[in-house]
Design a binder for this molecule. Structure first.
Ligand code: ZN
Length: 271
């Protein structure tokens, strides 16, 4: 059976999409067709590229029925880079370091005693106010971390836990999304001893974040179910600001990680 997305090849080499193909693709991009996320991982990792939002992957002449199982294409609007360290949709993981290595956000602001990229401030301020209104003691444990600071974090982790454990807990310098200023480690005023610890997940603040952070554009970045995809052990305190629009799109499609949503390789092995 011919895929509804298939293109006809015109004599001059250009591709012509039928009205049916255009309609089908629009429906797909609108999120009306939801593919299983399990399939999505395999397809995207197999493709092995850094598909930026806005890029529409042509199925070309080789399209077959198999394309029907393909995950939804990356969103087309609004388009933000997944590789530019200043982009709200940048994907930083063990396969994708911060570029350039010594990147520093152009604008940093201090919120809750920690530096964050200024672009995060409106949503972060609103999130903290909402948590405060709900009677929670939400704090910031970490925000922007420079390359040299991350080097210290990683070195300390290696010294304390050994190299293998440190690798699963702490990013190598140059590979931490904290360097973008878009990632935040939250804490708890009532249980400060649980900062950056597994017990944080049982604090009222962590439970509140799990439920509400998305409404402010923050994504729980490292979950227990996705360690193979993200390359990190679960961190109930680590949230990444991506904006409410992307959180909504990910929720609608039932995709939990940036890697799966954008088809960007991740995992525990460094590039
Ligand atoms: Zn973190």
């Amino acid at each position: 059976m011919r895929s509804p997305f298939a293109a006809e090849r015109l004599p001059d080499g250009r591709r012509h999409y039928s009205h049916q193909a255009v309609v089908a693709r629009r429906a797909l991009l609108a999120g009306l067709v939801v593919a299983g996320t399990g399939t999505a991982v395999g397809v995207h990792l197999g493709r092995g590229d850094d598909t930026a939002p806005g890029a529409v992957t042509s199925t070309g002449d080789t399209a077959s029925a198999a394309v029907v199982t393909e995950a939804p294409s990356p969103p087309v609007s609004p388009a933000f880079s997944t590789t530019d360290a200043a982009s709200p949709w940048v994907v930083v993981n063990k396969k994708h370091p911060v570029v350039p290595t010594d990147y520093v956000p152009a604008a940093l602001s201090t919120v809750g005693g920690k530096q964050v990229a200024s672009v995060v401030v409106p949503d972060l301020t609103n999130l903290l106010a909402a948590a405060d209104a709900d009677g929670l003691g939400l704090t910031l444990t970490s925000g922007y971390r420079s390359l040299s600071y991350q080097r210290g974090v990683h070195d300390n982790a290696v010294a304390r836990d050994g190299f293998a454990t440190a690798e699963s807990l702490s990013a190598r310098p140059g590979y931490s999304e904290h360097q973008t200023g878009l990632a935040i480690d939250f804490g708890s005023r009532s249980q400060p001893e649980c900062a950056v610890q597994d017990c944080y997940q049982d604090t009222p603040e962590a439970r509140w974040l799990a439920e509400r952070a998305g409404a402010f554009g923050f994504l729980l970045r490292y979950t227990a179910a996705h360690t193979a995809v993200t390359g990190y052990a679960p961190e109930s305190w680590h949230y990444r600001w991506v904006g409410v629009d992307l959180v909504r799109q990910m929720t609608e499609r039932g995709v939990a990680t940036l890697e799966e949503f954008f088809g960007v390789p991740g995992g525990p092995e460094y590039a």
